[in-house]
Design a protein. Structure first.
Length: 503
């Protein structure tokens, strides 16, 4: 190295190494997560000290050439360590502190570029013309470039992915059968973390050559992802009823991570012998929970179809293979009738009815299951039927000025909705399934058949209904849902008007 350049470099080398050491110590204390990234820098600084010590020893033993070589190597390593520490502090400490999340590849490429620039400058200070060195080794350069074409392709791929924002850290991506969240974009590869907590390394050059899907949040709208779940429904079911039932199942369920806007949408995709294929589309807010959310949507949709008496379909040839004799069917019908009669007999409202009238009501019961979390009936809705809980738990809530209040709990053998069945009054509360609930539903037409056969029954039922409503009003007093005392005569008049009975 020429004397002038040598003096200039060595005069600055000591304080430069000292500042780099202080900065590295600061990073060690204030950013413990960066300690692993500082290991190489500490090694370089220690080598610098070691080379300087050996150089002093060589000079003392009258070996000036060896001492000079050692000092030049120490200079190279010192500045290299400074570059590593400075870029680490800038990209992993200062910029994140300002709220700027810079990809890891920017750090890697900056350090590589500065290191290469310093190497060329160091050679220049030693009096070596780097351009002549490269010109005389053109064949070697071509061989190295050919051998490193994959590496160079990965580097350029990583740079382009960041420049055109094709891929960003934190986004959810799909590559063929692989899906996961982008953890980091390095100079050679992109790191993806899957749901199974597996870290998958994808070369950047592959990403540049192939198609992949990205779930991205935009400035205009939050991140939502449309999902599909499919159902094969009996071809005898009315398509409009099936579509409405599927859509309402998602809306009423209020599932976590399922967006209310855009609303769910059901479509009839195809018709086959024995069934129609329906698709239910909903919007998911967190891609990580796609399978659990699909499962929850299916559970609520299947329960809603069962409540409406809509059967799932199957290929016609599979139906023809079923062999049900008369005895088997009769036994099943007897079991179902006994279950319905037991449900009717458990209702105090129908205690005065005869066995024949119990059987008449039981024949009108409709099986109505609900999945846990589903809304069985909603406050203010007009529905002319009564629910009998066979198995499960539900809670009765009131939406008032102070918010939502739980006013009652329902279990096996309880019933509700009698005011809607007998008077046509809107629902005074919302009932939500706490667990999976199996219900029977009795509609207006079924009870009207009994009343038309025995009109005087209305007065007896009105008496029981008035007592039950008085107890209900007492529970609802704190939520301001009570409308005052209700007399049996008032209920009897409303029942006669609702069922068009002659007074």
């Amino acid at each position: 190295m020429p004397d002038a350049s040598q003096a200039l470099v060595r005069s600055e080398l000591l304080w430069l190494a000292g500042m780099a050491t202080l900065l590295a110590l600061a990073l060690q204390v204030w950013r413990p997560a960066l300690r692993s990234g500082l290991r190489a820098s500490w090694v370089l600084l220690l080598l610098t000290v070691l080379l300087q010590s050996v150089a002093v020893t060589a000079a003392a033993f009258n070996a000036p050439l060896a001492a000079e070589l050692l000092r030049n190597a120490s200079t190279l390593l010192t500045v290299w360590a400074v570059i590593q520490i400075a870029t680490l502090a800038l990209f992993r400490w200062m910029l994140p502190g300002l709220g700027l999340q810079v990809p890891r590849i920017a750090h890697d490429l900056s350090m590589m570029g500065l290191s290469l620039g310093w190497l060329l400058l160091w050679l220049r200070l030693l009096g070596v013309d780097a351009s002549q060195l490269f010109a005389t080794s053109a064949v070697l350069t071509a061989v190295l470039a050919f051998a490193m074409q994959d590496t160079l392709g990965n580097i350029m791929g990583g740079v382009m992915l960041q420049l055109d924002h094709s891929l960003r850290v934190g986004e959810w991506v799909y590559l063929d059968e692989l899906s996961g969240r982008v953890v980091d974009v390095r100079w050679r590869y992109t790191e993806i973390l899957t749901r199974n907590r597996e870290t998958v390394v994808v070369p950047n050059s592959w990403l540049m050559k192939n198609r992949f899907r990205v779930l991205r949040r935009t400035a205009e709208a939050p991140l939502v992802w449309r999902r599909w779940v499919y159902f094969n429904v009996d071809s005898h079911a009315a398509p409009s009823q099936v579509l409405q039932t599927l859509e309402n199942a998602v809306v009423d369920a209020g599932l976590q991570r399922v967006a209310t806007q855009p609303p769910p949408n059901a479509v009839l995709l195809d018709m086959s012998p024995g069934f129609g294929r329906y698709g239910l589309r909903y919007w998911l807010t967190d891609p990580q929970f796609d399978d659990p959310s699909d499962s929850a949507v299916r559970i609520h949709a299947l329960a809603a179809l069962a409540r409406e008496g809509i059967r799932l379909g199957m290929p016609l040839e599979e139906r023809l293979m079923m062999n049900e004799d008369d005895n088997w069917r009769s036994a099943g019908e007897r079991r179902e009738n006994a279950k319905r009669l037991a449900a009717i007999r458990s209702v105090a409202l129908f205690a005065s009815l005869s066995e024949a009238e119990h059987a008449m009501l039981a024949s009108h019961l409709v099986h109505a299951p609900f999945a846990a979390g589903g809304t069985i009936t909603r406050q203010g809705a007009v529905a002319h039927w009564l629910y009998l809980i066979v198995r499960g738990e539900a809670e009765v809530v009131i939406d008032g000025p102070q918010g939502r209040t739980v006013v009652a709990e329902l279990r096996d053998g309880n019933f509700f909705g009698e005011m809607g069945l007998l008077t046509g009054a809107p629902r005074s509360a919302t009932v939500i399934a706490r667990t999976d609930v199996e219900c029977y539903r009795l509609d207006k037409e079924g009870f009207a058949e009994v009343l038309n056969a025995r009109p005087d029954l209305a007065q007896e039922v009105a008496q029981v209904l008035a007592q039950r409503k008085a107890a209900t009003d007492a529970r609802l007093e704190q939520s301001a849902a009570s409308n005052g005392q209700t007399r049996p005569a008032d209920l009897l008049q409303r029942m006669r008007a609702f069922f068009a009975l002659k007074g």
